[in-house]
Design a protein around this ligand. Structure first.
Ligand code: SF4
Ligand code: SF4
Ligand code: SF4
Length: 348
């Protein structure tokens, strides 16, 4: 009998073929099988025949919204900077979207990175994605050669071993506390409705760090980020980071040093987190791609918690919800903007 994900994969292929054959879209952004165990790769199907390669499984961990603006741009007819804008509607693309990815698409539309009329959103209720790192940790010292996914378990095998593990026991941390697994906006639904999920306290990990003393928090931060190699995979995997030149790549002025010196690394992470404030959907893409296993996502999660507490707003839940950091209301709390300086430290 076909598994849940096999049925969803079949639906995706049928939907993609239908859209491409009808020429409703020029491209379908989904996933194909990766070449290593526990991997799936973002994939653009451009012909009905390409759609045979599309798959859906628990290793589709990269947020596809990250590729959407560039894909739409690539579909436009080439033109020079002084050429007039092309007449008539521009080619469209379809994209798969889980709860968090759909929220990132909402943000891209709100921030004028994506034209809603050019996108067909194929929504899938997420069952949570598997953390490759958690599976590897369980099988530390043994090479995993094959992982077969069933509805609620993974069959992991390698040289001389074959074991079954519970799928939910290796789900990514962000998926464990996700309360919006269902797409918030879609044109076509794939699979069944997911509904809302409950979490007793989805910010428990943030609170654990908040409850530490300042010295302990500093120590936690230094230890967590000590192994960062500044590869920028976390930034590159994030759909919020679309700046043509990131502040870390600027040479004139050079806002931050390029080394793995602790101060440079700290500035990179703190500034990037602030750039994502009120925009992060906790999709986990950044954390999933980090080769050093760093939990940088907790910084954006702390800011998500702050924005929720201060403004009652959560990123990307609706197209008409205001962007919290670019919207001003008279009654907004302002005590964090103006603070009194102690008399003996005035001006410091
Ligand atoms: S870290 Fe900031 S400057 Fe760099 S790409 Fe992301 S949002 Fe842009
Ligand atoms: S910062 Fe990380 S969790 Fe937040 S939207 Fe970007 S990739 Fe996703
Ligand atoms: S992906 Fe990991 S190692 Fe690379 S810059 Fe981000 S935190 Fe550092």
């Amino acid at each position: 009998m076909a598994t849940i994900n096999e049925k969803i994969s079949e639906e995706i292929r049928a939907q993609a073929r239908k859209l491409l054959e009808a020429k409703e879209v020029e491209a379908f952004l989904g996933y194909c099988q990766g070449s290593l165990p526990m991997t799936a790769r973002p994939f653009v199907a451009r012909t009905p025949e390409d759609t045979d390669k599309l798959v859906w499984n628990s290793f589709c961990v990269l947020n596809l919204a990250n590729y959407l603006p560039a894909l739409l741009k690539s579909l436009e007819p080439p033109r020079g900077p002084r050429d007039p804008a092309p007449e008539g509607p521009l080619p469209r693309a379809a994209i798969l979207a889980t709860g968090c990815w759909s929220r990132n698409i909402v943000i891209q539309i709100q921030e004028n990175q994506v034209d809603r009329d050019r996108v067909v959103i194929c929504g899938i209720a997420s069952r949570g994605m598997v953390a490759q790192a958690k599976v590897k940790e369980l099988f530390a010292g043994r090479e995993i050669l094959k992982v077969v996914e069933e509805d609620h378990k993974l069959l992991v095998s390698g040289k001389g071993f074959s074991e079954e593990i519970n799928r939910w026991s290796v789900i990514r941390n962000n998926c464990l506390t996700c309360i919006h697994p269902d797409p918030v906006m879609f044109d076509v639904r794939i699979g069944e409705e997911g509904g809302q999920r409950k979490s007793d306290n989805r910010f428990a990990d943030v609170e654990e760090i908040e409850n530490k003393s300042a010295a302990q928090r500093r120590q936690w931060f230094e230890e967590e980020f000590a192994s960062c190699i500044r590869c920028y995979a976390c930034r590159n995997a994030c759909p919020l980071c679309y700046c043509p030149t990131c502040f870390v790549d600027d040479a004139k002025p050079q806002w931050v040093g390029k080394s793995v010196d602790q101060v440079d690394t700290s500035i990179f992470h703190i500034l990037r987190a602030y750039h994502c404030a009120g925009r992060c959907t906790d999709c986990g893409s950044c954390e999933s791609v980090c080769p050093m296993g760093i939990n940088m996502r907790i910084l954006t999660k702390k800011l998500t918690s702050d924005v929720l507490n201060l403004y009652g707003s959560e990123a990307g839940l609706a197209l008409d919800s205001p962007l919290p950091l670019t919207t001003f209301k008279q009654e907004d709390p302002q005590d964090f903007i103006i603070t009194e300086q102690p008399a003996d430290k005035g001006g410091e």
